[in-house]
Each structure stands twice: as C-alpha cells, then as structure tokens.
Design a protein around this ligand. Sequence first.
Ligand code: PLP
Length: 361
Amino acid sequence: MSRAYNFSAGPSAIPEPVLHRARDALLEWGDERASVIEVSHRGKAFVALVDQLQSSLRALLGVPDDYSVLFVQGGATQQFAQIPMNIAGPDDIGDYLITGHWSRKAHAEAATVARTHVVASGEAANFTTVPDRAQWSLTPGAAYLHVTPNETIQGVEFDDAVDAGATPVVADMSSNILSRPVDVRRFGIIYAGAQKNMGAAGLTLVVMRDDLLARRGRPLPNIFTFAAQAKEKSLLNTPPTFAFYITALVLEWVAAEGGVAEMARRNRAKADMLYAAIDGSNGYYRNPVDVRYRSRMNVPFTLHDAALDEAFLSESKAAGLLALKGHKAVGGMRASLYNAMPLDGVRTLVEFMADFARRHG
Ligand SMILES: Cc1ncc(COP(=O)(O)O)c(C=O)c1O
C-alpha cells in the first residue's frame, strides 16, 4: 500500500475504513451474493440503504420534521439552475451574495432562468473578504437569498447563520457540509455535492423546507421538480447507486467518530495548525484572506517566490502529500482539510513546509 495524504479539493479523501468496507462490498454486498453496484435500486436491500441514508443525514444535521431530504443528480451545478426554476416565479427576484468563484457561477447560471439581483460582491477585494452585512442591498420580498458559506477556490468561509428576515436563505454547502453543526432552521434550502465531505461524486444532497418544496415557480418536467423527487423518495429514476452506498458509509463513519460537533473540533485544530505555520513563516508562505473569513476547509497559500512552486509540488508529492496545486484562478497552493483528513496529515504537511523553506531559503 502506498496511500498518501490527499489534500484534493474534490473529489477528495474518503475515510479509510469506508474504503475497506466498500472494497468488500464491491465484490459481495451483505447477503445479496452480488456486488453493491449489481443490485436493483428497487430491491429491498437498496431501498433500505436509501432509508438509512435519509435517517443518518437527518440525525447528523438535526433536520427538522418539516424539511425534506432529497438525494439527486447533476451536482451542485445543476442546483444553481434547478433551485431558481422551482422556487422563483417569472416575476420573482432571487438575491445573490457573491463571495467567490462558486457564488458567482451560481448567480450566472440562475440568471439564465430567473430574475436575479446581486446584494453585494467581494470581487473588488479579489474575494479575500466578505462584504459587510450593512452593505447588502436585499430585495424586499425576494424569492430567496443565495449564499455560499464556504468558497472552495478562494478559501473564504463565513458564519452561515445569515439573517435575511422573512426571505428564505439558500446555501450551497458543497465544501463545508457536515464540517460543523448547522442550525437547519435558519435555511430554506441547503444543498451540497457529495464528493468533498460526504462521499463519492454523483450524488447531491438537497435539504429543503416543505413550504419551498410545494412552491411551483413554473411547470417543469418531473426530473427537475423537487416535489416529484420527494414523492418518489429520491428514486424517481435510477440513482448513482455506488455513490449512495459510499455516502451511507461516510455518514456512518461521521456518526461513529462523534458526529458533526467532533468534526468541527478536529477541523478547527487542523486549520489552526496550518494557518499558524503559514503566519509563522516570516512571509515565506502567505494566505491572503481576511482572518475573520479564513476557511477551515480549503486553505490557499502562495510561496514568497512563485518560481519555487514546481519544486514545492514535486517534492511534496514525493513526501506523500498529494494534490496541493492551487486552483488556476488563485494560483499557488491549496490544501483541502475535509473531515477525512487526519490531524497527522496536516502535521506532516506543516513539517514538510518548514523543511522546504529551510532547504530552499
Ligand atoms: C462550493 C461549490 N459549489 C459548487 C461546486 C460545483 O459542484 P459540482 O461539480 O458537483 O457541480 C463546487 C465544486 O467544487 C463547489 O466547491
């Protein structure tokens, strides 16, 4: 075995015990005498798995009874359009807070199917901070306010307890779902692709308040209609069964490790360790984000001389530290510290960083 510490932004590290179980189930799943990917999604075993996925997710996130939990396809990107199509009528306005690459993209996609308004944007500050709440120009009576509480590329994270009065808040939590406790009641909709903190690519979580589920923005085919997905318990058509299975195992793992409160404690410790190494490097490494909004999940950093980037990447890879290359929009490096990244991985990274700085001056 030569598995290394994987700092990929997504798809990303999966807890190793989950991979061991999945390896076995790939050949034979439980009493099925067949692989988990060979059985019908309408069969008893798989339907029970979907029930388990529902109940585990509800328990971990503390989802209230008047919210539905859906597992759909198309990634978070599909939700950029599907949510406005479902909950905004032709005369409604969807508000957007733009804090980085992904919220900008969510807005651009929504604008193809709905009327939108940007309440504030951090673009002028190169998305290194979040516009102050006092500067947001919320639309009275907006259909919703969309926020991205963790910007995966810029490494900007903010308190997801956004207050928008009576306007339902829609949050893209693709890169920080299950990383800390969330008060679901503060949101109309929470959505997230599974491939970072929750499992394998192919499955997208949508948690939505039932009054929003009942909204009909416009007539849509069933496959795009949340109410139809809910009626069929997320089995409207053939789901990505293996992604469902992996996510069920990841949720079991999170619960067994102590739930989201314990994940939050670990994530804080990991992020603190890495930021301390960056800030204590006398400018050798640098993170540009306003300290109030530094992400615990995705930590972008640059080296004092970009000419060293290639050496940093090849040497870190040789040292067993994978996928540290930053997104091209930001450059430099990025370390993603999702739930499955152990503290030891971060310790190995900061030791490598100190050693690299000593050797390369
Ligand atoms: C915050 C955020 N939103 C949306 C997306 C897009 O997700 P998908 O590729 O699942 O559509 C990503 C992917 O990295 C993301 O980090």
